[in-house]
Design a protein around this ligand. Structure first.
Ligand code: FE
Length: 139
């Protein structure tokens, strides 16, 4: 992973073999980025996407292996118990250019991944909401 800062934005290149969420969380921790938005594109060879099932309040996850374009990575940086908390969704496409997506659990980069983190001053904490079954933003 390499990066360059441009104002409040950080341009990040995640390299082959690196896992996206782990890399971004480590980066945010290192740079002290506690609030911001994430956007990106890239290519991954191993991806786990989840779907939150509201009735059971559990995540169903599916793993994919092969060549995939990450056509869109969208998410945010907040905190939970003052620790960096990433919430990222991904849309990926296969060799037939068919796209599908979900809550990103993990993605290992096969080509490259280009992410822009737009840092915002301040912080937003999350708190687990029993009713919903998710870590919601607390205002
Ligand atoms: Fe999600």
């Amino acid at each position: 992973m390499e990066f360059r800062q441009a104002g409040q934005k950080w341009f990040i290149r995640i390299d082959r073999g690196e896992e996206v969420l782990e890399t971004l969380a480590g980066f945010c921790r290192q740079q002290g980025i506690f609030l911001g938005s994430i956007s990106g594109i890239g290519a991954a060879g191993q991806i786990t996407l989840g779907l939150f099932e509201t009735a059971t309040k559990t995540y169903k996850s599916t793993e994919f292996r092969g060549d995939f374009e990450i056509t869109s990575l969208a998410g945010n940086v907040t905190t939970k118990n003052s620790e960096i908390y990433l919430h990222v969704h991904a849309t990926v496409s296969n060799k037939d250019c068919q796209a599908f997506g979900g809550h990103l659990n993990m993605a290992v980069i096969s080509g490259t991944c280009e992410v822009v983190v737009d840092q915002v001053q301040g912080g937003i904490e999350r708190e687990f909401n029993e009713d919903v079954g998710l870590n919601l933003m607390k205002f």
